[in-house]
Unconditional design. Structure first.
Length: 447
């Protein structure tokens, strides 16, 4: 099959076409912001601490504030991709050097495989809620085939989203909003006590896209189009998605959703024409699995730049389906959270180094880019800051390690602290300090 002129090059040697405008990027990120996981995740937004439910106003405010902060991080991570034309993991060659960049690349591959399989699980469970007689395995395989096809023609998939899918998603969301506002019980009570934790949760939802933003932004016509598409499209969609989820949880009952997160799908299917409009949202969910599988192929090309990405797409598509069929992906979420915490401080370091210290037009993404071991320091300190300040529980043993460290150094985590912001702030400040000191030493040598 010959290379299509306006498609992603088959290897990293090809020049990426700059064909995506702000509407293309906005449609892509708006569709990524509407997630079936967001509906069930609304329960955690309402009560992130498990003992201090938010008021309705507090939950919606947390959704807006967390989305704006998180998407700003994603948008900033997208800009270098537009300017250099390189995928996200290849950009890390300029930050760490080519060989060191392989470490976060492997972590990202593991993370994307997990999320891709998890998305196939969600799609299959949601489809089963509509068509109960069709086995789960059939839906996983069907979703995997569609995902792989979209990954082979990624820019065509994005144009398809803008022209057709986005309209159906908007109509579906408006329909469910009208129904839920009329049918959901009135929210009463609650407080703002858990507001910082809820914001932390929403930021985490958003910044999970940081390791792949440049994979799509490299095809933007401008940095402004990439940044605006991410922040505008994703924020609007995620706030709307979480808002619908809040009302769906109220209808389904928080106890039912706590016992089975897929119970939140029932109010959607039960609504008038619910099967039709929810079916559109289920079909649209394949853009989530598509984004994960595609970014896995881009990450692999950082390791093997001259392998045809279509070969990677098919192999990763098959592997993702196998994981969704064999592995209990619901138990994989906590591990993904641990890995995901790696990338918030990493891209804070990249943002400071790229926007503040890199010379205009100079960012070495060559296969022989020299190692920069010093950049591991702010990344590591940011990672530590994340776990010292986050209020999001993961795995008991892992959380216990950080609780012990807090006790050992006499650090008390305050309710207002935010893991993602803490990690980004520490990593950014240390990078600024290191860059300033390096600059002074270089000036001293010149003199």
């Amino acid at each position: 099959m010959a290379q299509v002129a306006d498609e992603v090059p088959l290897t990293l040697d090809g020049a990426p076409p700059k064909t995506l405008g702000v509407l293309d990027q906005g449609a892509l990120w708006a569709n990524l912001g509407v997630s079936l996981l967001g509906f069930s995740g609304a329960l955690f937004l309402l009560d992130p601490l498990g003992n201090a439910p938010l008021s309705l106003a507090g939950a919606l405010a947390a959704a807006l504030v967390g989305s704006l902060i998180g998407t700003a991080m994603v948008g900033l991570s997208a800009v270098p991709g537009t300017r250099t034309g390189q995928p996200a993991m290849v950009l890390l060659r300029g930050l760490f050097g080519a060989k060191i960049s392989y470490v976060p690349t492997v972590l990202n591959i593991v993370q994307m495989l997990g999320w891709g399989a998890f998305e196939l699980w969600v799609i299959a469970k949601a489809a089963t809620a509509i068509f109960g007689g069709v086995p789960y395995q059939v839906w996983v395989i069907a979703a995997g085939v569609l995902t792989t096809a979209l990954t082979i023609w990624p820019l065509g998939a994005i144009r398809l989203l803008r022209r057709y899918v986005t309209v159906g998603v908007i109509v579906s969301m408006l329909w469910f909003a009208w129904y839920f506002l009329n049918e959901a019980p009135t929210y009463a009570g609650g407080s703002w006590t858990a507001f910082p934790a809820a914001v932390d949760y929403v930021i985490a939802l958003s910044v999970s896209w940081v390791p792949m933003a440049a994979d799509f932004a490299r095809h933007s016509r401008s940095s402004r189009a990439a940044f605006t598409g991410v922040v505008g499209g994703y924020t609007l969609a995620q706030v709307a998605c979480l808002g619908l989820g809040v009302y769906a949880v109220a209808i389904a009952g928080s106890a039912a959703v706590t016992a089975d997160s897929t119970a939140v799908f029932a109010p959607f299917v039960a609504a008038p024409l619910g099967a039709l409009f929810f079916g559109i949202l289920v079909l649209r969910e394949t853009d989530q699995s598509f984004a994960n599988v595609y970014s896995t192929t881009m990450s692999l090309q950082n390791l093997m730049p001259r392998v045809d990405r279509r070969v990677f797409s098919v192999a990763i598509g098959l592997l993702t389906v196998a994981i969704a069929l064999i592995v209990d992906v619901t138990s994989y979420g906590a591990f993904l959270g641990v890995i995901g915490a790696v990338f918030v401080p990493m891209f804070a370091v990249l943002a400071v180094d790229y926007f503040v210290f890199a010379r205009a037009g100079h960012w070495n993404t060559a296969e022989d880019a020299p190692s920069r071991w010093s950049m591991l320091v702010p990344w590591a300190l940011g990672f530590v800051a994340y776990w010292l300040t986050t209020s999001t529980p993961t795995v008991a043993a892992w959380d216990g390690i950080w609780e012990g460290l807090r006790d050992a150094i006499g650090f008390t985590r305050q309710p207002w602290m935010n893991g993602a912001l803490g990690a980004a702030l520490v990593a950014a400040l240390v990078t600024l300090l290191a860059g300033a000191l390096t600059g002074r030493s270089r000036r001293a040598v010149r003199r």
